[in-house]
Design a protein around this ligand. Structure first.
Ligand code: APR
Length: 255
């Protein structure tokens, strides 16, 4: 695949890459996106399932829905897009700022991950905040806390809830410092997460979007690559590997 010349130049001079990812990067792993044609929000109502009041008024229904999602995620595997981001760590300082709760970047082995919307493999008691990691039996009704009997909920950010401050503050700092910010598989409309690429742009980063279609942020990026993340990211990795001379010599020290 031929890439834009100024993008190639940026790849040759950059030291730090930030990947801001959304549901689209996991689509090729068989995990439905939210707003795509087969998206979750086409079938289910977020106001009935992904907010605290809905959980309190009908905990079993909300729990059951997350068990349904956990089953899909458990059966899924990271794809070539996740692994390409991981492998780029051999050449750059790589940070992954993800909106995904599926932990596929973690399972692909990426080192620096900032989960802005939590992680579906973690759970905690809504009263005493005791954590329960790992899966509950998929058929189970909403479990109760062994310590205080409180309801246990998935450690994901629901609509109307604040993002985990530590992850967001660190991610924002990384966005200020990155040389290239890749926006991969996200509609970039859910805030405050969607501020991350804007912070990167404000601080001089080169913005690259990888998506199967244009999005809200397309007119603000330096390079829009239309295609599947699982196909484009490995191409970018191969391009980097094809660089020789000074670029490689420099990066060799990195390893
Ligand atoms: N490769 C690249 N992009 C893809 C692919 C693919 N294979 N498949 C789909 N996409 C793109 C779609 O075109 C769309 O722009 O991924 C994007 C997915 O967008 P959404 O479904 O809106 O998901 P996301 O942006 O991650 O949603 C943000 O909203 O519902 C909340 O908390 C939830 O974290 C989520 C947040």
């Amino acid at each position: 695949m031929e890439f834009k010349p100024d993008f190639i130049e940026k790849l040759k001079t950059a030291k730090s890459l930030l990947f801001f990812t959304g549901a689209g990067i996991s689509a090729e792993s068989g995990i439905p996106t939210f707003r795509g044609d087969e998206g979750l929000w086409k079938k289910f109502k977020p106001e009935e399932l992904a907010n605290f009041n809905a959980f309190i008024s009908n905990p079993d229904m909300v729990w059951e829905w997350y068990q349904y999602r956990r089953k899909i995620i458990n059966e899924a595997k990271p794809n070539a897009g996740h692994f390409a981001i991981k492998e780029l760590e051999n050449f750059y300082d790589v940070d992954v700022v993800t909106q995904n709760v599926d932990n596929l970047h973690g399972r692909a082995g990426s080192k620096n991950i900032y989960e802005l919307h939590g992680n579906i493999e973690r759970n905690y008691c809504i009263d005493c905040k005791t954590f329960y990691n790992g899966n509950f039996d998929f058929e189970s009704k909403v479990p109760k806390c062994k310590n205080c009997g409180g309801l246990i909920r998935p450690d994901v950010v629901w609509f109307g809830e604040a993002l985990p401050p530590e992850a967001f503050i660190k991610a924002d700092k990384k966005a200020e410092q990155c040389d290239i910010c890749f926006i991969v598989g996200t509609s970039a409309i859910v805030y405050p997460a969607a501020y991350i690429p804007i912070t990167a742009k404000k601080n001089g980063a080169y913005l690259v979007e990888i998506n199967i279609q244009p999005t809200e942020i397309t007119n603000q990026v330096d390079y829009s690559i239309v295609g599947k993340a699982g196909e484009i990211l490995p191409e970018i990795l191969n391009k980097v590997k094809s660089f020789t001379g000074g670029f490689m010599a420099e990066r060799k020290e990195k390893n």
